[in-house]
Design a protein around this ligand. Structure first.
Ligand code: GLN
Length: 307
């Protein structure tokens, strides 16, 4: 892995055209569409990073697996009673809950992440913000901060998130106020990372919840397993089937154009390239993940058969 040529990978996907940067908040609309960075972190702690792996971007939905992990850890698994784990085949911000239960369908769509962010330890918004920032920093192995402008804009402009939070209040599934739920989720989405830090976060999941760089146990192994399982089925929303067929690696997409990938027992990876396809997945990120998976033989179901 350490000898894998990430510069060549970046150049191979640079020519891939198509996609639009997200326009939901000003900071995302003004993202550099030409940024491409990739980082790999082995579960042994080895790091490989391309030239721009230190360029900051907001986590956006790449935070969702980690919110799920913190909610599972802080509730001793009881979060699984409050959020489903089935793929939806619908957009990430669909105004829809699981029929019959009123629960969010899974923790990788907005409804689910609004709910999991409300379940982490903390008595109020500030307490949950603090717990999330501390938890994400432990996953990344360095101290992370939220971009206050993005947090504020997403809180103010996230009408669909407010709608989902109110819907979950009406079903009795969300037990904090709708506004508090959106505030905490928006701030989590606004946390700044870079490809290197996000790859360490992925590697912590791939390493069973232990950060391979710092050695810290961040969440129990059973939590990491649950999170990676749900990334595999729901992490790329209504593109999850397509993603799993071509890349074959559990992953989470996001509207900043970031992707976090976890290959259990092997490595974590992060890719950032802002132009998105219609499902909110980075176009060049998907192309890079295809190449990475093929070159390193990482497809979960692509192992050569001995028969
Ligand atoms: N903060 C964004 C939202 O809630 C995240 C969505 C995403 O990355 N898919 O709309």
């Amino acid at each position: 892995m350490a000898s894998y040529d990430l510069a060549t990978l970046v150049e191979r996907v640079r020519g891939q055209s198509g996609g639009e940067v997200d326009r939901s908040v000003p900071a995302l609309a003004s993202a550099d569409p030409d940024l491409i960075a990739v980082a790999l972190v082995g579960t042994d702690g080895a790091i490989a990073a391309s030239e721009d792996a230190g360029v900051p971007f907001s986590l956006q939905s790449a935070v969702k697996p980690f919110l799920f992990a913190l909610a599972l850890a802080d509730t001793d698994g009881a979060a699984l009673d409050r959020v489903g784990i089935e793929p939806t085949g619908e957009a990430f911000d669909a105004i829809k809950l699981e029929s019959g239960t009123g629960r969010p369908p899974n923790p990788m769509v907005n409804a689910g992440a609004l709910l999991t962010a409300s379940l982490v330890d903390g008595h109020d918004v500030a307490g949950r913000d603090e717990r999330i920032l501390r938890g994400l920093s432990a996953f990344a192995g360095r101290s992370l901060e939220a971009d206050e402008e993005i947090a504020r804009d997403e809180h103010l402009l996230g009408d669909r998130n407010h709608a989902l939070a109110h819907l979950m209040r009406s079903e009795g599934t969300l037990r904090v106020t709708a506004d508090d739920a959106v505030a905490v989720y928006a701030r989590a989405c606004a946390v700044l990372v870079d490809a290197r830090a996000l790859a360490v976060m992925g590697a912590t999941l791939a390493g069973g919840g232990r950060n391979p760089v710092t050695g810290e146990r961040v969440v129990p192994a059973a939590v990491a397993r649950d999170v990676v399982s749900v990334m595999a089925t729901c992490g790329v929303y209504d593109g999850s089937g397509r993603w799993m067929r071509s890349v074959g690696i559990p992953a989470k997409s996001s509207v900043s154009g970031a992707l976090v990938l976890a290959v259990p027992g092997v490595l974590g990876a992060a890719i950032i390239s802002p132009p998105l396809d219609a499902r909110g997945t980075s176009v060049r990120g998907h192309a890079a993940a295809d190449i990475l998976s093929a070159d390193l033989g990482l497809h979960a179901f692509g192992r050569p058969s001995s028969v």
